[in-house]
Design a binder for this molecule. Structure first.
Ligand SMILES: Nc1ncnc2c1ncn2[C@@H]1O[C@H](COP(=O)(O)OP(=O)(O)OP(=O)(O)O)[C@@H](O)[C@H]1O
Ligand SMILES: [Mg+2]
Length: 144
């Protein structure tokens, strides 16, 4: 994980962000929690789409804002969980829907949009990814 944690990239297209994310998916292990930071429209869902492609998920990945969580089964077993916590007020609201069980699943990759909502619940070894809008088509993606 150390190699990933210092990785950063600038992308100049949606496709480039998706490709980068697909590459990350190929490098991380089940049980990994990834916190996707960034403003509205930064590219968190675009990143998630690329990440899903990297896991060979063929279902379309869209923003789960209205459903909070989307579950995608993996062909090798396990899951991709894609959470969008924009509408979740705080940690208690997240615990009420069982967010801790998603975070603890050792067979799942977990992507979280708006992870700030549950900052205190995130595992110690969460991979933090910040996506920064630097222009119409450009984004900086910084991992820590
Ligand atoms: N280099 C780039 N990488 C990613 N997205 C880009 C890039 N250039 C432009 N975009 C555009 O930025 C938008 C990113 O939207 P996306 O839904 O992924 O944002 P989000 O961070 O998930 O926002 P929200 O918080 O509303 O869920 C899309 O309209 C996409 O076309
Ligand atoms: Mg989104």
């Amino acid at each position: 994980m150390n190699t990933l944690q210092n990785k950063s990239i600038s992308t100049a297209s949606v496709a480039a962000t998706e490709d980068f994310a697909a590459g990350i998916a190929a490098e991380v292990k089940p049980g990994t929690v990834i916190a996707l930071h960034g403003n509205l429209g930064a590219g968190k869902t675009v990143f998630s789409r690329g990440f899903a492609r990297g896991l060979n998920i063929t279902e379309p990945v869209s923003s789960p804002t209205y459903t909070i969580i989307q579950e995608y089964p993996l062909e090798q077993g396990g899951w991709l969980f894609h959470l969008d916590l924009y509408r979740i007020e705080d940690e208690n609201a997240a615990l009420a829907f069982g967010v801790d069980e998603y975070l603890d699943d050792s067979e799942a990759f977990v992507l979280i949009e708006w992870p700030e909502r549950i900052a205190d619940l995130l595992p110690e070894d969460t991979l933090h990814i910040q996506i920064v809008h630097t222009g119409d088509e450009t984004r900086d993606i910084v991992m820590s």
